[in-house]
Design a protein around this ligand. Structure first.
Ligand SMILES: [Zn+2]
Length: 434
C-alpha cells in the first residue's frame, strides 16, 4: 500500500448540478407511506425496518427516464429510506430473443462490481411462475447523465472533462476485461451524480465478444452518431474497438458541446467521418462489406483534416486532439484499445483527481491527512463473463423458469424482500407508462 501525501487535488472535491439538471430530485414534497411504490414483505416480523420506513422523509416516486427496453423511476426503499432507481423490464417473455436479452442484462447487472459500472442493488421478488411477466430491478440512483449535462448551460471545465473521460475508460476497461462489448456507449448511457461520479449503464445491447470471426454479429447496435465505421460499412464481425470509437466521439462532444458526427443516415454518417479522417485505404476497409467498399471507392478522395478539431473549441489542446485522433481511427485493428487510452498523458490528471478525492478504492487517513492510494487504479474483472448458459436455452418457457430461479437465488436472506404495492398511485402511473 503506497502512502502519498496530499496532492494539489486532494482537498478539491468536484461537483455539478446543484439543484440538478434532471427535475425535482431535491423536491421535498411529502407523500404518505401508503402512496409509496413498495412495501417490504413481512413487516410485522421486522419492526425495526418498518419503524425506519415510517420515519423517512418521503419524496414522491416519479419517472426519471425511458430506456430502449424499459422505464426507470426514482423511488424510496422503505427498508432504509434510501432513494434508489427502479427499472421495469416489461414484456420480458414475448420472444426467445427478448427474454434471453433480459436474462443476459440481469445477469450482467448482478455480476458487476465496479465503481464506474452500474450494478443491481436488488431485484423485486417475482410473483408465482404462472404470473411472471415483468421484472423490476433496483440500482443506485444517479441524478443525471452526460447527455443532459452536455446540452445544459452547466459549465464544463477541462478538469470535469478529464475526470469524466477517465471514469468512462476505467469502467470500460473492466467491461472489456470481462469480454463484454457494451455496444451502445453514448452520453445518455453514462450516468453522473452530483459528485461527478460516472457509471456506465444500460446493458440491453451488451454481449460477450465473439472470438470466431466467421460468425455473424448483428449490425443493429450503437446509436448512429456514435457508431463505428466498420459497423456503418456492414462488417459482419466486430470487436471491443467499437466501444472505443464511441468514446472518441463522446470525448470530442464533451469538449465542443456538440455531436461530432451528426449524420441524417448511414451514408451521411460515413461522409462526415471521412470529411475528418480522409478516405480510408483498402486495408482500412478490410472488414467492410463489398458494396460499402465500392461506394467509398467511387466517391472523390478526401484528405485527413484532423486539425479541424482545433477550430471546434478553445479547449482542444494538442494532447486532447492527439488522444481523439487515436480513438477515431477508421481501421478497428489500428484503433487504440481502452488500455492504450488509459496510459495516454491526457488521462493522468483525471486519474489523479479521481483517486485523490472521488474514488472508494483509496482513502485519506483522518489524523495525518495522508492519502493511501490503492495498488491498482483500474482493476479488471475477476473473471470473464460466461455466456455458455445462454446457448442451452431453446424456448421461452425454459428461459422463464431459469430466470425465475435466478431471481430467487439472488434474493438476499439478510434483507426483507421488496414487492410492489399495487394500491399506490405511483404504481398505477408506472404501469401505464410502458
Ligand atoms: Zn482510488
Amino acid at each position: 500500500m503506497a502512502v502519498v501525501g496530499p496532492s494539489r487535488h486532494s482537498r478539491v472535491s468536484m461537483s455539478l448540478m446543484q439543484g440538478s439538471t434532471n427535475g425535482p430530485v431535491g423536491n421535498h414534497q411529502q407523500a404518505s407511506a401508503s402512496q409509496q411504490f413498495f412495501h417490504a414483505q413481512q413487516q410485522s416480523h421486522h419492526a425495526a425496518q418498518s419503524a425506519t420506513a415510517h420515519s423517512v422523509d418521503y419524496k414522491p416516486d416519479r419517472p426519471i427516464g425511458y430506456g430502449a427496453f424499459g422505464v426507470v423511476w426514482a423511488v424510496t426503499d422503505p427498508r432504509d429510506g434510501r432513494r434508489v432507481a427502479l427499472k421495469k423490464l416489461p414484456n420480458v417473455f414475448q420472444s426467445l430473443v427478448s427474454s434471453k436479452r433480459v436474462f443476459r442484462e440481469l445477469k450482467m447487472l448482478c455480476n458487476f462490481k465496479h465503481e464506474n459500472v452500474l450494478s443491481a442493488l436488488d431485484i423485486l421478488q417475482p410473483p408465482h411462475l404462472d404470473f411472471f411477466q415483468e421484472i423490476y430491478v433496483i440500482t443506485e440512483l444517479m441524478q443525471s447523465d452526460l447527455h443532459k449535462i452536455i446540452v445544459s448551460p452547466q459549465q464544463l471545465s477541462p478538469d470535469h472533462i478529464k475526470v469524466f473521460l477517465y471514469q468512462i475508460l476505467r469502467g470500460l476497461k473492466y467491461l472489456h476485461s470481462a469480454r463484454i462489448l457494451h455496444r451502445d456507449i453514448k452520453p445518455g448511457n453514462l450516468l453522473v451524480n452530483s459528485n461527478c461520479i460516472l457509471k456506465i449503464c444500460d446493458f440491453g445491447l451488451a454481449r460477450v465478444e465473439e472470438p470466431d470471426e466467421t460468425k455473424h454479429m448483428t449490425q443493429e447496435v450503437v446509436t448512429q452518431y456514435y457508431r463505428a465505421p466498420e459497423i456503418l460499412m456492414g462488417a459482419k464481425h466486430y470487436t471491443a474497438a467499437i466501444d472505443v470509437w464511441s468514446v472518441g466521439c463522446i470525448f470530442a462532444e464533451l469538449v465542443t458541446r456538440r455531436i461530432l458526427f451528426q449524420g441524417q443516415d448511414t451514408v451521411q454518417q460515413l461522409e462526415l467521418i471521412t470529411d475528418l479522417l480522409g478516405t480510408p485505404t483498402m486495408e482500412d476497409m478490410a472488414h467492410a462489406c463489398p458494396a460499402a467498399r465500392s461506394h467509398m471507392l467511387i466517391r472523390r478522395m478526401k484528405k485527413p483534416s484532423m486539425s479541424l478539431l482545433y477550430s471546434l473549441s478553445s479547449l482542444m489542446t494538442h494532447e486532447a486532439v492527439h488522444l481523439i485522433s487515436q480513438m477515431l481511427v477508421f481501421n478497428p485493428d489500428k484503433r487504440m484499445s481502452v488500455m492504450d487510452a488509459l496510459v495516454h498523458p491526457y488521462i493522468d490528471e483525471g486519474r489523479l483527481r479521481y483517486h485523490s478525492c472521488m474514488c472508494k478504492c483509496c482513502f485519506t487517513v483522518p489524523l495525518t491527512g495522508l492519502r493511501h492510494f490503492c495498488m491498482d487504479y483500474e482493476p479488471i474483472a475477476p473473471q470473464t463473463f460466461d455466456d455458455k448458459w445462454e446457448k442451452k436455452l431453446s424456448n421461452v418457457q425454459q428461459v422463464k423458469e431459469e430466470l425465475h430461479k435466478f431471481i430467487g437465488d439472488q434474493l438476499s436472506s439478510h434483507r426483507v424482500p421488496l414487492c410492489i404495492n399495487p394500491q399506490s398511485a405511483a404504481f398505477k402511473s408506472f404501469s401505464s407508462d410502458v
